[in-house]
Design a protein around this ligand. Sequence first.
Ligand SMILES: NC(=O)C1=CN([C@@H]2O[C@H](COP(=O)(O)OP(=O)(O)OC[C@H]3O[C@@H](n4cnc5c(N)ncnc54)[C@H](O)[C@@H]3O)[C@@H](O)[C@H]2O)C=CC1
Ligand SMILES: O=C([O-])CC(=O)C(=O)O
Length: 352
Amino acid sequence: MKAVVLRSAEAALRRASSSSCTSSHLLRRSYSSESHPERKVAVLGAAGGIGQPLALLMKLNPLVSTLSLYDIAGTPGVAADVGHINTRSEVAGFMGEEQLGQALKGSDVVIIPAGVPRKPGMTRDDLFNINAGIVKSLCIAIAKYCPNALVNMISNPVNSTVPIAAEVFKKAGTYDERKLFGVTMLDVVRAKTFYAGKSKVPVAEVNVPVVGGHAGITILPLFSQATPKSNDLSDEEIKALTKRTQDGGTEVVEAKAGKGSATLSMAYAGAIFADACLKGLNGVSDVVECSFVQSNITELPFFASKVRLGKNGVEEVLGLGPLSDYEKQGLESLKPELQASIEKGIKFAHQN
Ligand SMILES: NC(=O)C1=CN([C@@H]2O[C@H](COP(=O)(O)OP(=O)(O)OC[C@H]3O[C@@H](n4cnc5c(N)ncnc54)[C@H](O)[C@@H]3O)[C@@H](O)[C@H]2O)C=CC1
Ligand SMILES: O=C([O-])CC(=O)C(=O)O
């Protein structure tokens, strides 16, 4: 019975993942083996709007053997609930600072959706004052208890929280640029959905790289590189798709009207990205997704682009590829804002 349930959960994840940059035959290969290595995944902020559905999706992932759910409140309930699902992983809930070390110890991947979400009228940067401190304290603990883990940063503003994490790890002497990721997967998920809707191609086959950062104009979808190719889209339609992708987060914030930002689609995107990290760790070849990482493909120290994932995290930061004139303009326009957000994060980490 257990094997049947596991196989159907695997099949669901496989179908869900088949639209990612990673080609589906690789996903099939990685799921075909019944035995996977032991992997501990910790979710920090696990009782929140993203954390709960993300915990559920990670519980369905057969690559996870231990699922550690941490929050400042509410985790015993979430862990008890998710823990009753009859899939591979053992689930443990941890609550409060005194249990953070236990939650993190031995983790291979740490996913961080801890922090406050936006309300209508706010920018992601408006979250900086609260979330910068939360992320900093969690990263100090990661450096202490699981310095080799791959860190998937979801907390906003990602353009600043990733540089904060890097500085914390540098100070602790544990920084490995291959292991720190800003999760920009939701931008990719949105770009794929909107492109498929407009160009009438099957959504499961769509790939669209999204580069830059994760806020407003710093989100730069490269529709000129989208596959399958659609020759029917006009320049105006490409502009509209770009704007909708850039404003995707705001679209959800406004629709939720004060009750937070994207949670379910973010949990999906976070689960797909963590799954890619686990596959890379397990030695699956040619796992490629977009992420905001330390980078030298532009003059900015951090930049989102396609990255190849491997046994140590980022194996290769892939270049931008050929850009349309419109995308070249977008790239130049985003640089000052992204640079300022990165510098703000670095400055915070040094001053606090
Ligand atoms: N990277 C991306 O694409 C996206 C990022 N986000 C960001 O994710 C973050 C979380 O969003 P939601 O889950 O909707 O918020 P939420 O408020 O529903 O949940 C956040 C959780 O974090 C917990 N938390 C606060 N301080 C903590 C600490 N020190 N340690 C551990 N947990 C702590 C809270 O108790 C709460 O359960 C926000 O910053 C939001 O802007 C949201 C959507 C997309
Ligand atoms: O817009 C927000 O505040 C949350 C977020 O990052 C997204 O949905 O892309």
